[in-house]
Ligand binder design. Sequence first.
Ligand code: ATP
Ligand code: F6P
Length: 426
Amino acid sequence: MNSNTRIACVMVGLPARGKTYIAQKVCRYLQWLSVSTKVFNVGNYRRKLHGAHQMHSFFDPHNTEGEIARKEAALEALKDMIKWFLEEDGTVAIFDATNSTRERRCMIIDYCKKYDVQVMFIESICQDESLILQNIMDVKLSSPDYKDMDPEKAAEDFRARISHYEEAYETLNEMKNESDYTYAKLINVGSQVMINMIQGYLQSRIVYYLMNLHILPRNIFFSRHGESVYNLEGKIGGDSKLSPRGRKYALALPELIKANLGDQPLTVWTSTLKRTIETAKHLQYPKLQWKALDELDAGVCDGMTYEEIEAKYPEDYFNRDEDKFNYRYRGGESYRDVVYRLEPVIMELERQQNILIIGHQAILRCIYGYFQKLSQDDLPYVKIPLHTVIKLTPKAYTCQEERYKIDIDAVDTHRPKPKRPTDVSN
Ligand code: ATP
Ligand code: F6P
């Protein structure tokens, strides 16, 4: 990828069409892949410049004052976006606003051209009235725009706001001077996707990602394999079998999953290593083995205990904790490597409904880190204990999390980041 690439993903669409949702998902996906990405939400600029409690008339296209104020907020956000590209070497900015007129889009294109920023429009069209209503209930009533307001009045005001936007809304239209624009149009949550002039690796990754998103209710379950023989011996890696306690966990797992899911369908994903396959043994659901889910490859350290690694490769041992995300075992992998190899798993997870992943410590940290937006510093240390099921339920902009510990003892394989003496040299 060209390091000078600068892409502005410019959202387009009426209110409550999932633009902010899509913006945040794309941002997380790219950040997780270490692409420098930032969302610029024009609503936040509007609230800062003109106050949070603007009623629907502020958005009326015939209200000249409102029109000027909204343009001012968009320009402020655009300026900050360009500043971020230039000063912080950003790669993908997501410009989150309605951008629902050709005039506004033309202004953005002209502005970005001056700074060599490619513009990719992402339009969300949704004609499903009940979904729009649901979106208003789920996210708009809790917006700072309606703080302390009666929910019925707030919903009414938001619907009036949508009507104002509908009056002026112009969909991206190749017949109306927009034929050379780069865009992806998502219709009814991606049931139809139209693309135009998509170019380059990053743009096509973004389009592919958008095509896989859905918003049906579902749960994603994570469990590490039951305690393994290597876990008991304190050794890392390998392909050992389960310990007797690990086998007990495998026996107990189906009841816990059933209690949570009832008769809903589920697919179980494991790695190709014995300990995850054995853990899934008693689960009566379709199963799939992924090589990409195999544990982080510890290279020359595979099969050693942390103490043995410290004694044999003290420098490596120290360096790993200096920057655990980037540290690559000799002849093995780093967390960064694992994230890249898990990218197809994430893509498939976005497409699927209920999934249970029976995986490994480092692997589950990376997948969990994607959903829970962990930083690269925190991700390699997050606690994913043995004999515990983690359930994530995606909500509007976040994931709700529940943890279920099965009452079967297991060793603790978590190594916290060692505390180094504070550097007092300067
Ligand atoms: P506004 O213009 O007021 O900021 P918005 O278009 O940004 O509105 P969101 O705040 O993103 O709307 O709405 C979030 C809701 O949209 C979530 O509950 C999410 O489930 C839903 N959603 C996500 N994607 C889509 C889509 N493609 N079409 C319709 N709704 C969607
Ligand atoms: O100890 C279990 C294990 O899954 C090892 O196979 C693997 O090397 C390790 O955890 C990953 O955890 P960390 O990155 O904290 O060493």
